[in-house]
Design a protein around this ligand. Sequence first.
Ligand code: MG
Length: 217
Amino acid sequence: MHSLGLLLVVASLAQAPSAPSTMGAKPPEGAVALFDGKGLEGWVGRNGKPAEWPVTDGLFTVGKGDILTEKTFSDFQLHLEFQTPYMPKATGQGRGNSGVYLQGIHELQILDSYGLKLQDNDCGAIYKQIIPSVNACKPPLQWQTYDITFHAAKFDGSKLVKKARLTVIQNGQSIIDDKEIVPTPGGVTLKDGEPGPLLLQDHGNTVQFRNIWIKPL
Ligand code: MG
């Protein structure tokens, strides 16, 4: 075998292990469907009024203002599907930006980061905190999955005993493996560790979502 061929074989073996796709996964027992393809009942704007993002054909599109769940959560497993829009003239944080705020305070970034060397503000990053270990992003206009396991921070009175912990699998590839996180900018006003909503960010780009469910742990 030529050395280039060997190099390619070694490179492919070195990729992160991939799990089966969870695209279209149904809510498991004990899970709550947060979007069943029909409407945004249970979601509100930051003003507390019903969410008004457009819902069409089993999906919804980022509209005006952030939206959040009325229900709040502590430790959970979350499944979410999203796709970024095609914005060939845009770059960086202006290309397919949205985000999922876990417990309302930790932003897991959504961005068109296909094929890029990832930074701490790219898709799959905990914003300005954790760079994903591998780029698992698909191109714009392709559905992607996030499968998230989140454990809330633990406090003893006002003393932080244990930081929040997070595992993220994007499109079947582990990108964040049981890492400690602290709150990121831009979320809701809530103390770390308190039960919080799921918040989806309006960053001015028409990111789309479907099939979202959450299972309290
Ligand atoms: Mg964002």
